[in-house]
Design a protein around this ligand. Structure first.
Ligand code: FAD
Length: 376
């Protein structure tokens, strides 16, 4: 069955649902579809009992219930899932769950540019839809950054697991996930924390107090190795560090060194990358015309720290979304009425022209006065 949509949204995280809402608000009759390979808000559901770092002020999307929710409140994942579920209901956003976008193939037909292969996870069957515009909102959480040593041991993981009790753990990384790991697990486990730099990531003021209190109260459970990297992991559950220290009797190593944009889908469709991040133009269009990146997948490469910059929910990035909507709309008009398209820059030039005229005439007046020997 062939289906044509004006816009296909891949992924149903917080940024994707906001994109759907705003796109529909801009053009009510537009045929837009969202696919998620799991449930909506899939990545938030993986760690439901974790308190977030942002306050509701930064997490709210446009909703009639906002006024009743305290801006300074820091939610648990599970609470935030309920809030975004309410947003989905309020704005009647239809999400096609358990539908994984497997491939996007460029076409040369008149009405559509891309053929999108979607796998129905439950039925284990594939179907196709067609669209000119695609918003990739797949997030970054499945694309873990990896160490360049052998980490293929059953006691070594790139995932977080906050259920450990009475274990000897090694934690690698100094970012937000590592901080969550310490907050949740230090009271119940011995942890050796290995950080490449001389400190961990800045902690938001609202979490700093709890974090400091946890470190103080359970200091006997923690050993921090700053400016250090793992050089080797051994079968006997030991590791060797770059500062020559050896850690023995490890139950589990968790390597939480961040994420990047290099998803299987984006690699398959040959989108261009800049280091580990997508190459995007000023309107967040990828190197493939009509395919945009939105949400945490928009992340840019941080040259100074050699890693992708953090890109979070931030109220569903309304400014970036505006640019994408304007660009999609511009393309649409150019397609059916190229000669009637008004470039906003033309308007701007029109506005500038009178002042240019004044400037020229003042100059001319000066010149004429000079010629006539008059004082200006
Ligand atoms: C414990 C925890 C605490 C956090 N704390 C904060 C915080 O304080 N502040 C903050 O702003 N952020 C926080 N984050 C990060 C937050 O989850 C992200 O900022 C946010 O989810 C990004 O939203 P997104 O819509 O860009 O992508 P995601 O939420 O990552 O959504 C991507 C979606 O795409 C789907 N998908 C992927 N590939 C495909 C495919 N091929 N086909 C179909 N669907 C696909 C996934 O199933 C997923 O549902 C936290 C995350 C966790 C887990």
């Amino acid at each position: 069955m062939e289906k044509y949509y004006e816009i296909v949204i891949v992924g149903a995280g917080p940024n994707a649902i906001n994109a759907y809402y705003k796109l529909k608000e801009f053009n009510k009759s537009a045929k837009i579809v969202i696919f998620d390979k799991g449930n909506s808000l899939n990545n938030l559901r993986n760690l439901p009992e974790v308190r977030w770092h942002s306050t509701m002020k930064e997490l709210k999307l446009e909703s009639s219930i906002n006024a009743q929710i305290d801006d300074s409140y820091i939610p648990m994942s599970s609470e935030l899932i309920r809030y975004y579920e309410e947003f989905i209901k309020e704005h009647q956003i239809m999400i096609n769950e358990f539908q994984e976008v497997k491939n996007i193939i460029a076409q040369n037909k008149e009405n559509y540019n891309y053929k999108i292969e979607v796998k129905d996870i439950k039925k284990q069957s594939n179907h196709f839809v067609f669209s000119k515009n695609i918003l990739i909102c797949t997030g970054i959480y499945e694309n873990k950054r990896k160490l360049d040593i052998n980490t293929a041991f059953d006691f070594c993981s790139y995932e977080s697991n906050l259920s450990h009790r009475n274990k000897n753990l090694v934690l690698v990384g100094g970012g937000g996930s590592a901080i969550d790991f310490i907050l949740n697990l230090l009271p119940h486990n011995k942890i050796t924390w290995i950080i490449k730099r001389d400190t961990w990531k800045n902690i938001r003021p609202n979490l700093e107090k709890t974090f400091k209190k946890t470190l103080e109260e359970f200091s006997s459970n923690l050993k921090v190795e700053f400016n250090t990297e793992i050089k080797q992991i051994n079968n006997d559950r030991s590791i060797i560090l770059s500062n020559k220290k050896r850690i023995l009797n490890i139950d589990k190593i968790h390597i939480l060194i961040g994420h990047n944009s290099k998803s299987e889908l984006l690699k398959k469709i040959e989108a261009e990358f800049n280091n580990e991040c997508l190459n995007l133009d000023k309107n967040f269009q990828t190197s493939l015309k009509g395919i945009y990146a939105f949400g945490s997948i928009m992340s840019k490469w941080d040259l100074e720290n050699n890693k992708p910059l953090d890109f979070f929910v931030e109220n569903g990035h309304p400014q970036e979304l505006k640019k994408i909507i304007r660009d999609i709309n511009k393309q649409k008009i150019l397609d059916f009425m190229p000669n009637a398209y008004i470039n906003p820059k033309v308007d701007l030039q029109k506005k500038l022209k009178p002042s240019l005229k004044i400037r020229i005439s003042t100059k001319a007046k000066h010149f004429i006065k000079k010629l006539l020997g008059l004082k200006s």
